[in-house]
Design a binder for this molecule. Structure first.
Ligand code: PLP
Length: 397
C-alpha cells in the first residue's frame, strides 16, 4: 500500500511527493510558456495585416515543422481534430467504413472518424506504452475479419475496416512497428494520432512519420501551442498537395477567380497563429529538456512511494513527456479519486485519463474488442502537473 511505512494517509503521501517537485503554489496541468519571440512575431504579423490563412508565418511554420520532424511535408491546419479528419478522408475512409481506434484516447480521435461518416471500432491498449495492443489486435482481426479483394472486411458487420489510428499516449510512442505490421497484414492504412507526441521519436524517427500521415495538435495545453491549431505531416507529396487543397476550401489557384473543384474545408491555420507557432518551435528543444527534467524529478520523488510508479519512456524511444503520469498498482487503484480530490483541494490540478470511448454516449454502441486493459488503465492513472516551467529550480521549494 502507498504510504504504509508512514502514518500519513495515502493521498497525503502522494501530494507530498508532487509538492516536492512542483512546490507549494497552485499548479495547472499543462500551461503554455511564451518566453521567446512570440510578441515580436505577432506584432510583425499584425503590422503586415496578413492575419488570416495566407502569410509568410504559415509557410515558415510548415517548413520548420517538416524540418524538426523529418517529414517531407507539413500542412498547418486549424486544429489537431481537423488534421485527423482530413487525414482520414485522404486515407480513403468513406461513409459506412470502420476505422480501428484505441478506446483509451481523447474523444477527437473517434470524432474525426465519425465526421467521415465512418464507425470507430474500438481496440484495447497494452500495458507498457498504453498505445494499441498490436498482438491482441492481430489475434482479434484473425477472429473477426477476412480479406476480400485486398480489403479487410468485418465478418460480423459486413463493413470494410479501412484504417487504423494508433495514438501516442501522453507523448509516449506506441509500439508502432508492430502496429504497422498488423496493418500491412490486413491492408489497413495507418493514420497516426500524434497530437500529443511532438518531439517523441522511435529510434531516430519522429512519431507521425510511420503511417501514411500523422496528425499533430497545437492546442493550448500541448507541448507547442499556436493557441489552436494542428498539422498533417507526411512523406507523400500527393497527399500533402491534396491536404493543402482540401483544407483551403478546395480553391483552384487563380489570381482573382473563386472556383472550387470539390467540397473543401476552411481548415487552414491563420497566419497570426502560425506566428506564435514559429516562436514556440524555436523553444521546443528547451521545452523537451524541461519536460524530461521534470520526469526525472517526479521519478525521484516517487521512488519511496509504494503502490505506484511514474511512467517512463518505452525502450528504444525518446518521449516528449508531455503529461507526466502516476500509474497506481492494481491494489492502490481505489485511492485514485481521493488523490484527485486532495490535489484539487490543494490547488494542484491532477487529472484522470479520458473516460474510455465505449463509456461515452456517442460511441457506446461501437464495435469493439475486449477492452480490459483500457478499462484497467483508465481506473488507475493520474496525470500530474507537467508544464515545462515547473522544472525551473526557482519554482521549487
Ligand atoms: C489534443 C488531441 C487531439 C485534438 O487536437 P485539437 O487540436 O484539440 O483538435 C486529438 N487527439 C488527441 C489524442 C489529443 O490529445
Amino acid at each position: 500500500m502507498i504510504g504504509a511505512a508512514r502514518r500519513s494517509s495515502v493521498p497525503q503521501r502522494v501530494l507530498e511527493a508532487i509538492r516536492a517537485v512542483v512546490g507549494n503554489a497552485p499548479a495547472a496541468l499543462h500551461e503554455p510558456c511564451f518566453e521567446g519571440n512570440e510578441w515580436r512575431y505577432v506584432k510583425a504579423c499584425l503590422d503586415s495585416t496578413l492575419v488570416s490563412s495566407v502569410g509568410p508565418f504559415v509557410d515558415r511554420f510548415e517548413a520548420d515543422l517538416a524540418s524538426f520532424t523529418g517529414a517531407s511535408f507539413a500542412v498547418a491546419v486549424s486544429s489537431g481534430t481537423a488534421a485527423l479528419h482530413v487525414a482520414l478522408h485522404l486515407a480513403g475512409v468513406v461513409p459506412g467504413d470502420e476505422v480501428l481506434v484505441p478506446a483509451l484516447t481523447f474523444v477527437a480521435t473517434a470524432n474525426a472518424v465519425a465526421y467521415c461518416g465512418a464507425v470507430p471500432h474500438l481496440v484495447d491498449s497494452e500495458e507498457r506504452t498504453f498505445g494499441i495492443d498490436a498482438e491482441a489486435l492481430h489475434a482479434y482481426l484473425n477472429e473477426i475479419a477476412e480479406l476480400r479483394d485486398q480489403r479487410c472486411i468485418n465478418r460480423r458487420t459486413g463493413r470494410t475496416i479501412r484504417a487504423v489510428v494508433p495514438m501516442h499516449v501522453f507523448g509516449h510512442p506506441a509500439e508502432i512497428a508492430a502496429i504497422i505490421a498488423v496493418a500491412s497484414a490486413f491492408h489497413l492504412i495507418v493514420v497516426e494520432d500524434a497530437a500529443e507526441s511532438l518531439g517523441s521519436t522511435v529510434g531516430a524517427r519522429h512519431t507521425g512519420t510511420f503511417g501514411a500521415m500523422g496528425a499533430i495538435s497545437f492546442n493550448g495545453n500541448k507541448t507547442v501551442t499556436t493557441g489552436g491549431g494542428g498539422a498533417i505531416i507526411t512523406n507523400d507529396r500527393e497527399l500533402a498537395r491534396r491536404a493543402r487543397h482540401l483544407t483551403t476550401t478546395a480553391k483552384l489557384p487563380h489570381r482573382w477567380e473563386l472556383r472550387h473543384d470539390e467540397v473543401g474545408y476552411n481548415y487552414r491555420m491563420p497566419n497570426i497563429n502560425a506566428a506564435i507557432g514559429c516562436a514556440q518551435l524555436e523553444q521546443l528543444p528547451a521545452f523537451l529538456r524541461a519536460q524530461r527534467g521534470l520526469f526525472e524529478h517526479y521519478r525521484a520523488a516517487f521512488e519511496t512511494v509504494d503502490g505506484g510508479h511514474i511512467l517512463s519512456e518505452p525502450g528504444n524511444c525518446c518521449s516528449n513527456f508531455w503529461l507526466q503520469t502516476l500509474v497506481l498498482d492494481q491494489a492502490a487503484a481505489s485511492y485514485r479519486d481521493a488523490i484527485l480530490a486532495a490535489g484539487h483541494d490543494a490547488g494542484i490540478l491532477l487529472r484522470p485519463p479520458w473516460v474510455p470511448l465505449h463509456r461515452l454516449r456517442p460511441f457506446e454502441a461501437c464495435p469493439r474488442m475486449d477492452l480490459r486493459v483500457a478499462d484497467s488503465l483508465a481506473a488507475r492513472l493520474i496525470n500530474l502537473p507537467s508544464s515545462p516551467r515547473l522544472f525551473e529550480p526557482a519554482s521549487r521549494q
